[in-house]
Design a protein around this ligand. Structure first.
Ligand code: HEC
Ligand code: HEC
Ligand code: HEC
Ligand code: HEC
Ligand code: HEC
Length: 422
C-alpha cells in the first residue's frame, strides 16, 4: 500500500513539474508573507517603544491644541517629510560618506539618538513618503534637559527614556494628569536651538567653515539680550493648555522663511545716477538679521538680489543679479550641492550678521523715454543642483514642479521711478 502511493506521488511529480513549481512558489510566497508580517509587527513594536519614550505629538494635542496647531504649520513639523529631504537622504546613504546612517536624523528626528538600533525604521518611513514617526516635535524639544556647548556642534542630553517630566519655561505651571512639569532656563536660551542650527556634523571636513550662523553672538541684537526665541518664538498672550488661564505664551509657528518675520530681514536702499548715456544704480542691502543670511544648510540655500530696469512701455531693458550663498567643492575639486561631501568653501558671499552690502550696477541709460523704473528685489532662491537630482525631487513631490522648493520667496522689494533730465 505504502509503496503504491509513494509510486503514485513520484509519478505525479515526474509528470507535473509545473504543479511542483506552482506549489513551491506558493510555499515561498507564504514564507515571505510571514517574514513581511513579522517585520511589520516588529516595526510596530519598535515604533511603540520609541513613542513610549518620546510620545507622539498627537498625545499633546489633546491638551495643548493652540501649540499643536501652530507647530503643525511650521517647517519643523515636516522635517522628515519633504521630497527634498527624501532625495537628499537617499543621495547621502548612497555616497561613501553615508556610513553613519543615523546622521541626518540627529537633527531631523533627534529621538534617534536614544534609538540607534532602530535607524532602519526611520529610513524606511522617510522612504515611504509618509512617515508616522515625528521629526522635530514636542517631546523632541521638551525632553531635552541639557545642551553641551563644549561640543561642536553642541549636543543635547535627553531625559532618561520613560520619564514623565517635561521641561519648559514656567515655574508657576498648573498641575495636570498627563505629565510632570519643570522649569528649565535652557528653554529661554539660544543654546536649545544651537544643537541643531549652529553647524552640520556631516560637513565636519570644513573645519571652521562649518558654521551656519557666523558671529551671531557679537551682533547688536544678541548683545542687547535677544535669544533665538525672541524673534523665532515671539511672545503672545493665550492659553498654554486648553481651558487654563491666559498668560504669556510662545508662538510655535517658528516664523522664518514663512511668516511676518521675513519683513524684518533686510532693508533696501536704491540710488540712481544718470551720467549721459551711462546710468549707475547703487543698491544698499542692509541685513537686519543677527546671524548669517542665508544659513547655508542645505548647501544650495541662497538669497538673491535681482535688479530689473524697465524703460519705454515698461519693457525690461536691463537686468542683473547678485547671489548670497556658498559654493562648495568636493574631494575631486568639483562643485557640489551636498554639504556632506564638501571639503572646501570656494566662495562665500553670505550676508554676515547685520552686514551692509553695497552693490553697483551700470548700464546704458534707457532711450526714447522720459522716465524708467528701477526694481530691486531680495528673495530666497529656489533650489539649484544637477538636473537628475532636481528631476528626482520633482518626481517625488505630489506637486511636481510646483513643489515649494522650486519657488522663490520674496523678502523685500523696492521700486523707484527715475526721471531722465534731457
Ligand atoms: C532637534 C533639532 C532642532 C532644534 C533643537 C531646533 N530646530 Fe529649528 N529646525 C530644525 C530642522 C531640522 C528644521 C528644518 C525643517 C524642514 O524645513 O525640514 C528647522 C527649522 C527651523 C526654522 C525655519 C527656518 C526656515 O527656513 O524657515 C526656524 C525659524 C527654526 N527652526 C528655529 C528654531 C528655534 C528658535 C529653535 C530653538 C528654540 C530651534 N529651531 C530648535 C531642527 C531643530
Ligand atoms: C546639525 C543638525 C542637522 C543635521 C545633522 C542635518 N540637518 Fe538638514 N537641516 C537642519 C536644519 C536646522 C535645517 C533648517 C535650516 C534652515 O531652514 O535654515 C535643515 C534643513 C534641511 C533641508 C531643507 C528643508 C527640507 O526638509 O527640505 C534638507 C533637504 C536637509 N536639511 C537635508 C539633510 C540631510 C540629507 C542631512 C544628512 C546628510 C541633514 N540634513 C543633516 C539641521 C540638520
Ligand atoms: C491632560 C492634559 C495634558 C496633556 C495630555 C499634556 N499636557 Fe502639557 N500641560 C498641561 C497643563 C494643564 C499644563 C500647565 C499649563 C499652564 O500652567 O498654563 C501643561 C504644561 C506643559 C508645559 C510647560 C511646562 C513648564 O514648566 O514650563 C510643557 C512644556 C508641556 N506641558 C508639554 C507637553 C507635551 C510635550 C505633551 C505631550 C507629550 C503634553 N504637554 C501633554 C496639560 C497637558
Ligand atoms: C524646537 C523646539 C520646540 C518644539 C518642536 C516645541 N516646543 Fe514647546 N517650547 C519650546 C521653547 C523654547 C519654549 C519656551 C519659549 C519661551 O518661553 O520663550 C516652549 C514653550 C512651550 C510651552 C509653554 C508656552 C506656551 O506657548 O504654551 C508649551 C505648553 C509647549 N511649549 C508645548 C509644546 C508642544 C505641545 C509642542 C508640540 C506640538 C511643542 N511645544 C513643540 C520649544 C519647542
Ligand atoms: C533679532 C531677531 C533674530 C534673532 C535673535 C535670531 N534670528 Fe534667525 N532670523 C531673523 C530674521 C529677521 C530672519 C530672516 C527672515 C526669515 O526669517 O527668513 C531669520 C532667519 C532665520 C532662519 C532661516 C534662514 C535661512 O537662511 O534659512 C533660521 C534657521 C534662523 N533664523 C535661526 C536662528 C537661530 C538658531 C537663532 C539663535 C542663534 C536666531 N535665528 C536668532 C531674526 C532673528
Amino acid at each position: 500500500m505504502a509503496g503504491q502511493s509513494m509510486h503514485r506521488i513520484f509519478r505525479a511529480v515526474a509528470v507535473k513539474k509545473t504543479t511542483l513549481a506552482v506549489v513551491f512558489v506558493a510555499l515561498a510566497w507564504t514564507w515571505l508573507g510571514t517574514v513581511e508580517d513579522r517585520t511589520l509587527a516588529q516595526d510596530a513594536k519598535s515604533q511603540a517603544s520609541i513613542e513610549k519614550a518620546f510620545p507622539n505629538s498627537n498625545k499633546c494635542k489633546r491638551c495643548h491644541e493652540r501649540v499643536f496647531e501652530e507647530w503643525e504649520t511650521s517647517p519643523l513639523s515636516r522635517s522628515i517629510h519633504s521630497p527634498a529631504f527624501r532625495a537628499t537622504l537617499d543621495a547621502f546613504l548612497a555616497s561613501p560618506e553615508g556610513k553613519d546612517k543615523a546622521l541626518c536624523f540627529r537633527c531631523h528626528a533627534p529621538h534617534i539618538r536614544e534609538f540607534q538600533d532602530h535607524t532602519q525604521l526611520f529610513i524606511d518611513q522617510v522612504k515611504s513618503g509618509d512617515p508616522q514617526l515625528d521629526g522635530v516635535a514636542c517631546a523632541q524639544c521638551h525632553l531635552i534637559k541639557q545642551v553641551d556647548r563644549a561640543k561642536h556642534p553642541p549636543e543635547p542630553k535627553y531625559e532618561a527614556p520613560g520619564s514623565k517630566t517635561l521641561y519648559g519655561p514656567y515655574k508657576d505651571f498648573s498641575q495636570n494628569l498627563a505629565h510632570q512639569s519643570m522649569e528649565l532656563g535652557l528653554f529661554k536660551k539660544s543654546d536649545l536651538c544651537l544643537n541643531c542650527h549652529q553647524a552640520v556634523p556631516s560637513a565636519a571636513n570644513l573645519g571652521k567653515a562649518n558654521d551656519l550662523l557666523g558671529n551671531w553672538d557679537q551682533s547688536k541684537a544678541v548683545k542687547s539680550g535677544k535669544e533665538c526665541q525672541s524673534c523665532h518664538m515671539p511672545e503672545q498672550t493665550g492659553e498654554s493648555a486648553n481651558g487654563e488661564k491666559k498668560r504669556t505664551v510662545a508662538n510655535h509657528t517658528f516664523p522664518g522663511r514663512i511668516g511676518k518675520l521675513r519683513q524684518e530681514a533686510a532693508k533696501l536702499d536704491v540710488e540712481t545716477k544718470i551720467e549721459g548715456d551711462k546710468t549707475t544704480v547703487i543698491v544698499k542691502v542692509q541685513s537686519l538679521v543677527p546671524h548669517n543670511l542665508p544659513t547655508t544648510h542645505p548647501a544650495w540655500a541662497s538669497v538673491v538680489l535681482d535688479l530689473v530696469i524697465k524703460g519705454k512701455n515698461l519693457k525690461t531693458v536691463f537686468s542683473d543679479k547678485r547671489i548670497y550663498g556658498r559654493v562648495y567643492h568636493n574631494a575631486k575639486g568639483e562643485k557640489t550641492q551636498f554639504d556632506f561631501e564638501a571639503v572646501k568653501v570656494v566662495e562665500d558671499t553670505v550676508l554676515k550678521p547685520e552686514e551692509l552690502r553695497v552693490e553697483t550696477f551700470t548700464f546704458p541709460t534707457p532711450k526714447e523715454t522720459r522716465t524708467f523704473d528701477v526694481e530691486a528685489t531680495l528673495s530666497y532662491a529656489p533650489i539649484t543642483g544637477p538636473a537628475p537630482f532636481l528631476q528626482r525631487i520633482e518626481a517625488e513631490s505630489s506637486k511636481g514642479t510646483s513643489d515649494p522648493v522650486f519657488q522663490p520667496i520674496e523678502i523685500v522689494t523696492r521700486t523707484e521711478n527715475v526721471p531722465i533730465a534731457r
